[in-house]
Ligand binder design. Structure first.
Ligand code: GLN
Length: 191
């Protein structure tokens, strides 16, 4: 299985390492044509405004939307989740508008800029190690969206069919269970 990691800005190498630890091939995606060669795409964390600008500059908005229309799985982590959201709170302009969620950026405040927890995912038999760095919160999830995890009453992981989003960074720990879950989604959608 070949999985792309959008390599415009952010935690690209870490996602590739996690994919390889799961036995998949991870490919840094720098040009839109490369999307034809992969089975799924990860949009990493970083800075969503920068990633959005670079996506526009290099034609990735249309290219990733058509990738999604083919039901190829996409996983956005942290800033990656922000750029996948249909709505951003505070009236900020959205980017890819793929997932039926409203996302608030930097939602944990200065006191808790970054922290690491064991996060219980709904229906999973053990928690996931999750690193939050200036993380967003999913303020509301609309029709078709399943909430996979909450933390202190806020939504931090969601799935909408072939789309997966997490507020946190699963690639900054040795716990590969989120990547394994995403690879399983790719298997389902390519069957
Ligand atoms: N705070 C960043 C943003 O708003 C996201 C941080 C991250 O990806 N770790 O884009």
């Amino acid at each position: 299985m070949r999985v792309g990691v959008l390599a415009l800005q952010g935690a690209v190498a870490e996602h590739i390492r996690s994919l390889e630890n799961c036995g998949a091939e991870g490919v840094a995606i720098k040009r839109t044509e490369q999307l034809d060669e992969i089975d799924g795409l990860i949009i990493p964390g970083g800075e969503s405004t920068t990633i959005g600008k670079l996506m526009r500059a290099y034609g990735f908005i249309e290219a990733i939307r058509s990738f999604s229309e083919k039901k190829k799985p996409i996983f956005g982590t942290c800033a990656g989740l922000i750029v996948m959201a249909e709505r951003l709170s505070g009236g900020e302009p959205p980017h890819l508008q793929l997932m039926n969620v409203t996302v608030a950026r930097n939602a944990f405040g200065r006191q808790r800029e970054s922290f690491e927890i064991d996060l219980q995912m709904k229906g999973w038999n053990r928690p996931v190690r999750a690193v939050f760095i200036r993380a967003p919160l999913i303020e509301s999830a609309g029709d078709g969206v399943d909430v996979l995890a909450e933390y202190r009453g806020g939504i931090v992981a969601v799935r909408q069919g072939h789309l997966l989003g997490a507020s946190f960074h699963p690639e900054l720990t040795d716990d590969t269970s989120m990547h394994e879950y995403f690879l399983e989604m790719i298997r389902q959608y390519s069957a």
